[in-house]
Design a protein around this ligand. Structure first.
Ligand SMILES: NC(=O)c1ccc[n+]([C@@H]2O[C@H](COP(=O)([O-])OP(=O)(O)OC[C@H]3O[C@@H](n4cnc5c(N)ncnc54)[C@H](OP(=O)(O)O)[C@@H]3O)[C@@H](O)[C@H]2O)c1
Length: 277
């Protein structure tokens, strides 16, 4: 792991659901200026090796160096996978995590990732002893230098309270689907804010079509000569989120990154925050 570490970027490019287009789209995203890449060792929804091909092409073309990039991948329990598993399902969770990480590093052509995320807890109801075993194994990966930081995904406030109450080390990241109708994941975001955990929001557009079609967001977009998706991404940044986009469109890549420079007023932000939840 190099001494000079890439900072956590302010936007992540998501690589889910792209199959054979994963490599060209990820390379396009890097060329457009994304420096944070989100993937997972879950072949059902991600082609992690395709991300690795894009990285190799980007390094060759001097688009970016490894040290300038923030690479995030995930450990996924067997129920979230198809039969293309990156580990031996008969092995203990600790071994599965080590095998999944080794496979991710090979896919991505690197000897460390910047963030390693538990894709989702074993149970929707709470933090279990399976999660505790996986988290301990993830900490071992971090302590061994194979990831800089750790995160959890698809968690409720209950998971997070139970995780912390169990004495587990808190995550550096929480990655959740962010529904405006739930106050933009208000409780989880507050938990993160209090503990300096970075909240990563996904499905900001697809989970919130009512926001994209709202009059207020339409007015803000018209005033800023921007699109409504750009307003939503700028809002996410303004309330302290690290947004993800998985756009497959070159123009949208540019627009999503450009949203960082829009000036939303405090009134705009609080109006959008109150919109649906
Ligand atoms: N942890 C998890 O369980 C989990 C689950 C889901 C996703 N993720 C991560 O999050 C990433 C993003 O996923 P997502 O659910 O947010 O959905 P997404 O795959 O990013 O889809 C976003 C949609 O918004 C559109 N879009 C993006 N920018 C736009 C713009 N400027 N103008 C108009 N339309 C725009 C895209 O269409 P175009 O392609 O036409 O632009 C696409 O239809 C994934 O790739 C993955 O890395 C993680």
């Amino acid at each position: 792991m190099p001494a000079s570490r890439s900072p956590v970027p302010d936007f992540l490019y998501g690589t889910a659901w792209k199959e054979e287009r994963t490599a060209p789209l990820t390379e396009l995203a890097l060329r457009a200026g994304f420096r944070g890449i989100d993937t997972a060792n879950q072949r059902k929804h991600y082609f992690e090796a395709g991300v690795g091909h894009a990285l190799a092409a980007a390094y060759r073309a001097r688009v970016a160096t490894r040290e300038q990039l923030f690479l995030q991948t995930k450990f996924t329990y067997q129920p979230g996978q198809d039969d293309r598993l990156p580990y031996d399902p008969a092995a203990s969770y600790s071994i599965q995590v080590a095998q999944s990480m080794a496979s991710s590093l090979e896919h991505l052509g690197t000897d460390y990732v910047d963030s390693y995320v538990l894709h989702g807890p074993a149970s929707g109801y709470g933090w279990t002893e399976h999660d505790a075993e996986v988290w301990a194994a993830m900490i071992k990966e971090r302590d061994g230098g194979r990831t800089r930081l750790l995160g959890v995904s698809n968690v409720s406030i209950r998971h997070l309270h139970q995780m912390v109450a169990s004495g587990a080390e808190p995550p550096a990241f929480v990655q959740n689907r962010c529904f405006a109708r739930l106050g933009w994941d208000r409780d989880v975001r507050a938990f993160c804010r209090e503990r300096k955990i970075v909240y990563q929001g996904f499905s900001l557009l697809t989970a919130n079509l009512e926001v994209l079609h709202s009059r207020r967001v339409g007015e803000i977009a018209a005033r800023l000569r921007a699109t409504t998706p750009q307003v939503v991404f700028r809002f996410a940044l303004a309330v302290g989120m690290l947004p993800l986009t998985g756009t497959s469109d070159a123009e949208h890549m540019k627009q999503d990154l450009a949203s960082r420079h829009l000036s939303l007023s405090a009134d705009d932000v609080s109006a959008i925050e109150r919109l649906a939840g």
